[in-house]
Design a protein around this ligand. Structure first.
Ligand SMILES: [Cu+2]
Length: 290
């Protein structure tokens, strides 16, 4: 009898380990230098974390499940030293020399959103584009959107592209505003930005503010709920129609639409709904609820 109990105990402790093995997901990132082209065809120097050595103005959105183990490999494809850091995740801060690589592991525990960024010369490298999002979903079938908010001042990008250059951040008045590297109307063509769902769908919007300005998102028609927060002021479970996000805030908004129609979401600071002084070429998207 004693033997059987011990055998069952053995099974309980050791038999379950193999069942709980997490799924490993590998994401390669390359720090690329390139040129950003705005909604009005203005261009300026820019950096991004891309999944290949080809520059694109959108930082790779890393998407995993809460049961996954994420391995991120970062290669510095630029000619100067860069950094890599995952905000609020211990042990993920690195300096990367040109042509060198680092590897780090993230093991999530719940639905969540993290900002990964280049923390060197902060906020310079983050501002120049090097900040993206790690989204952690509950299940593969979740309806999820990704909004990485940024602001840009053309003249600052031109200046800061020069190694060791500095700018006066108290004179920062951005002239372009983007969601996932795009402004209105281009955002409407991005299926990870434009919400297109049905009444009673449960929609999760993963939002990171990796710009240097505060962005206050106003939802018309619905009041989302804060399902996860890493914010200076916002608390979990708040239900609101306007969400004031400080620089480097991250949040997951949960929204269940109760009626059909087209509804806008925009920055309540109306300067951010412009691009190069033209309205509405900024942080503005129109949701479609069927
Ligand atoms: Cu509004």
């Amino acid at each position: 009898m004693l033997f059987i109990n011990r055998f069952l105990l053995f099974l309980f402790f050791f038999g379950s380990i193999s069942i709980a093995t997490a799924n490993k997901v590998t994401q390669n990132l390359f720090i690329n230098r390139g040129v950003f082209t705005t909604v009005k065809s203005t261009t300026f120097p820019y950096f991004a974390f891309n999944s290949t050595t080809t520059f694109a103005p959108l930082n790779t959105v890393i998407s995993i499940l809460k049961t996954d183990t994420l391995i991120i490999n970062v290669t510095n494809n630029d000619t100067i030293k860069h950094g890599f850091n995952v905000k609020n995740y211990a042990g993920t801060s690195f300096t990367i020399n040109p042509a060198a690589s680092i590897s780090t592991t993230i093991i999530p525990t719940q639905r969540s959103v993290f900002i990964y960024y280049d923390h060197l010369n902060y906020p310079k490298n983050t501002y120049m584009g090097l900040a993206g999002m790690i989204s952690v979903k509950d299940k593969a079938t979740d309806i999820v959107y990704y909004w990485n908010l940024k602001d840009h001042l053309t003249s600052y990008n031109q200046q800061l592209a020069i190694t060791n250059a500095t700018v006066n951040w108290s004179n920062y008045y951005p002239d372009y505003f983007t969601i996932n590297g795009k402004s209105f109307p281009d955002v409407q063509l991005d299926p990870t930005v434009k919400i297109n769902n049905n009444v009673n769908d449960t929609i999760y919007i993963y939002v990171t503010n990796t710009g240097q300005s505060m962005h206050s998102l106003h939802f018309h028609g619905f009041h989302p709920k804060a399902a996860y927060v890493d914010c200076q002021k916002i608390k979990a479970n708040w239900v609101k129609d306007t969400w004031g996000l400080f620089s480097m805030d991250a949040i997951i908004l949960k929204m269940v639409p109760d009626k059909k129609g087209k509804y806008s979401v925009h920055d309540h600071n109306l300067v951010a709904v412009t691009g190069g002084n033209t309205h509405p070429n900024g942080m503005f998207t129109i949701m479609q609820i069927n």
